[in-house]
Write a protein that binds this ligand. Structure first.
Ligand SMILES: NC(=O)c1ccc[n+]([C@@H]2O[C@H](COP(=O)([O-])OP(=O)(O)OC[C@H]3O[C@@H](n4cnc5c(N)ncnc54)[C@H](O)[C@@H]3O)[C@@H](O)[C@H]2O)c1
Length: 449
């Protein structure tokens, strides 16, 4: 097969050993692939070499460590290692600023890579990009080394669609969309994923089509959550539990599956949903098409932290406690449940809003890096949940990690204020748990509940 050896074990290089690159590299090494992970950040490479995984992802530290221990995974800052690989996967960051792609990292990676490519290799771009970037930016930069794409080396775009917290499982089980520069490139990329993680493959008609798959996925998710958030606002004023409505609504069959309204929450954060829809919006505008739904969904979701601050303020007032005199314990500061990732976390604007209202705010997140919490939130986090809760007028659960299930607020009743309010930003407590809170003198409010 062109661009992939027919026999023997496949060797891969992963460029960009951040959250996504490390997950892909560790998974491939776990499947027996000889992998070299390359990153420009020497501190990150040193951390990984010392078996310190900076990413909070269930199972990832163990997988990275076993790959490193076995020698199937090596990490380096040296691009020279690329020449030994059969397949080179690009996983560098692709942020967006003012709705436009910041292509600096991608350009730098492709420029460096160009000087190292050799004939017969396959390059797979996994970073999320607007349509046309693989063809118009990546391909010409890679050709800068003197080799011709489609002739001397293959090129494919395969979006990464995993979500944090379930990444290792999703990486192995989600179908992989493949868009090739040419049919040989697409065939080689498909064969690579089949051989390594035995993934179901969806061949897209072009690289642009595969690029759009990823953007369509995140556009849909962001839009769906915006609808759930507005549904929650309506249910709140009707005194209807939004989760009951969603559970029942989702039993209706539609299209090839069921209606699938996602869950309302304190807000949408993370490094993908906050930027990827803008890539689609900007691409449309650059082609003379004005998309209306993307700015609306982003606006709705970005307003949820403010809505949460108002909800906390209201509930405290109902309990006779002005926000300015209140102590609030925030449990979970990451951008969603079961991750320690603080990138674009909606909890930050909530904490800022509460502080601006004069409240004292203690924060605790067992999954987040303590130094990172201090940097982002400007305050050292409590050592334990119990310490954060001491004397609290409000417990705001804004990311509910599985380990919070062990904290029994009722058992800690004496440690918090008599009129303590529990505000549920995404814990989605069951009606039985909520009843139990109320029986023990807590008041309870959730988003749309
Ligand atoms: N985080 C997710 O859940 C997720 C999911 C799917 C897709 N993605 C996409 O994957 C890509 C990477 O995201 P991430 O979350 O891993 O980002 P990240 O910021 O965690 O990692 C990016 C890494 O690339 C490295 N880097 C930058 N320039 C480089 C260069 N020239 N050469 C080598 N390394 C370089 C950085 O040092 C960093 O370690 C983005 O396009 C993102 O949209 C992320």
């Amino acid at each position: 097969m062109r661009f992939l050896p027919d026999q023997g074990s496949t060797r891969a290089a992963v460029i960009g050993m951040g959250y996504m690159g490390s997950t892909v590299a560790a998974t491939l090494a776990g499947e027996g692939v000889d992998v070299v992970g390359i990153d420009v950040d020497p501190a990150l490479i040193a951390q990984l070499e010392q078996r310190r995984c900076p990413f909070s992802e269930p199972g990832l530290p163990e997988l990275l460590h076993s790959g490193l221990d076995s020698g199937r995974l090596r990490v380096t800052t040296d691009y020279g290692e690329v020449s030994d690989a059969d397949v080179v996967i690009i996983a560098v960051g692709t942020p967006v600023q003012d709705t436009r792609l910041v292509d600096f990292y991608l350009r730098a990676a492709c420029t460096k890579l160009a000087g190292q490519l050799r004939e017969g290799q396959l390059v797979i771009l996994k970073s999320t990009v607007p349509p046309g970037v693989s063809r118009k930016i990546v391909a010409p930069l890679l050709e800068g080394g003197g080799l011709a794409v489609g002739e001397d080396f293959g090129l494919a775009f395969c979006p990464e669609r995993l979500s944090e917290g379930r990444a290792l499982h999703e990486l192995r089980t989600f179908p992989i969309a493949v868009g090739g520069w040419c049919p040989d490139s697409a065939a080689a990329a498909a064969a690579f994923w089949q051989r390594t993680i035995d993934a179901e493959i969806i061949i897209c008609g072009s690289m642009e089509s595969a690029e759009m798959v990823k953007l369509a996925n995140n556009w849909w998710i962001d839009h769906n959550i915006a609808m759930a958030n507005e549904l929650a606002k309506l249910c709140a004023v009707l005194d209807v539990d939004v989760l009951q409505v969603i559970a029942a609504a989702n039993t209706m069959r539609k299209g090839t599956g069921n209606v699938n309204i996602l869950l309302p929450s304190v807000g949408v954060g993370g490094s993908c949903l906050t930027k990827d829809p803008w890539m689609a919006w900007r691409a449309a505008r650059d082609h003379g098409v004005e998309l209306a739904t993307i700015p609306v969904a982003r606006e709705v979701n970005d307003a949820m932290p403010g809505y949460t601050v108002d909800l906390i303020t209201e509930e405290l007032a109902r309990a006779g406690r002005p926000l300015a005199d209140a102590k609030i314990a925030v449990l979970g500061v990451a951008f969603k449940n079961n991750t320690g990732d603080l990138r674009a976390t909606p909890v930050l604007p909530v904490v800022t809003g509460l502080r601006e209202g004069g409240a004292e705010v203690a924060v605790f997140d067992p999954l987040a890096d303590a130094a990172e919490v201090e940097k982002v939130f400007g305050v050292a986090q409590a050592q334990t949940a119990r310490e954060a809760l001491a004397g609290a007028d409000c417990i705001a659960v804004l990311a509910r990690h599985d380990e919070f299930a062990e904290i029994d607020f009722v058992a800690l009743r004496e440690s918090v204020a008599p009129s303590c309010v529990i505000v549920d930003g995404r814990a989605y407590y069951s009606p039985e748990t909520i009843d139990r809170f109320r029986r023990h003198g807590f008041s309870y409010r959730g988003i749309g509940r």
